[in-house]
Design a protein around this ligand. Sequence first.
Ligand code: ATP
Ligand code: MG
Length: 362
Amino acid sequence: MAVINKLAINQFRNLNNQYIEPGNNINLFIADNAQGKTNLIEAIYYLGHNRSFKTKTIKELINLDFDAFQINAKTDKHRIKLEKSRKKTLITVNQQQLKNTSELTKILPIQIITPDKGFVVNGTPKNKRSYLDWGVFHVKPEFLSNFKKYNKTLKSINLLLSNNNVLELDFWFLELAKTAVKISQSRVEYIKNLKKTNSGEELEKLTKLFNLIETFDYKFNSGWPKDVDALNSESIYNYLYKNKQFLLKAKYLNHGPHKASINFYLNNKNECFLSRGEQKTLSIIFWLSQVLMLVKSGVNPIVLIDDISSELDENKINTILGYLDGLNIQTFITNISDNLSIVDKYNTVVFNINNGVIKLQK
Ligand SMILES: Nc1ncnc2c1ncn2[C@@H]1O[C@H](COP(=O)(O)OP(=O)(O)OP(=O)(O)O)[C@@H](O)[C@H]1O
Ligand SMILES: [Mg+2]
């Protein structure tokens, strides 16, 4: 179970030299607008991903008056230190320098629910893949090496295509077909297990509370055209081989696992027809299912929810918090006011943020 017991944030946006000791379950941060709620969520996310969900520019993250930020955490098993300036990154875990971000993601699995990252239902394929692959990686870590290999192969193919170099193409097509199958296999298996995890009683618990009597379904889209069998390397290779001339004209490969997605349906109605409220509700059910599946696989993620009541009504907040409380995982939630009646119900630690200063509410 991943739990942050101590968290120090220095010079990260408006959070200067802040230190907190979060509780093991629900941590609620209350603040008015522009006090630092999203910054706190972003800092915790950063620690688990070595990147932000808001920006690619390091400069934006460093407090205006400084030239580096640090986020340090003591979890139940590790001491993590992350320091970043515009030119340099230093990450240590238990005082050992870290080489791969994936190791960080593994020891600090973080699931985020925020309008800043966009909803998964009717969201961009990129965002869908990001949530999907985050889950796949946590239940099947070897997914990452296949993914890296695939990206390298794809890059070589695109380079050959753009240089009109036909000679080596077949070799790389074969390589790509092999790794593409592995990636799709892991994703298909994950979605199958996700649906299994979340059938029957578990799903009912969520959908009933959301007054969702309709059926919610999602289907994997492999990124290949319909006539290609994504789980068969021969089928992929044949497709690439047959379309060689077309690909040489296009100069890049526009199909494959890098274009995969998930299609969501409510009562057989495609996600694009759903109301924003329905899209939001289904996104949350999907995210909570992922959390549940990881908990069942022994990976207890930390859940971040920014601005909970701007997106959800009291009834839904109640459902979600009750659900997360039942899973016994650590969550960080921000909200603009302290009128959440559910706070007393659960084992909640409440903090206030005022102009970048985080204080435990007494
Ligand atoms: N690099 C930075 N240095 C200093 N301050 C920053 C930096 N980046 C952002 N800020 C400031 O941090 C403040 C808090 O931002 P944040 O997005 O966390 O607010 P919030 O509490 O989430 O507000 P809202 O309720 O409107 O979402 C803002 O005033 C913003 O201008
Ligand atoms: Mg905010």
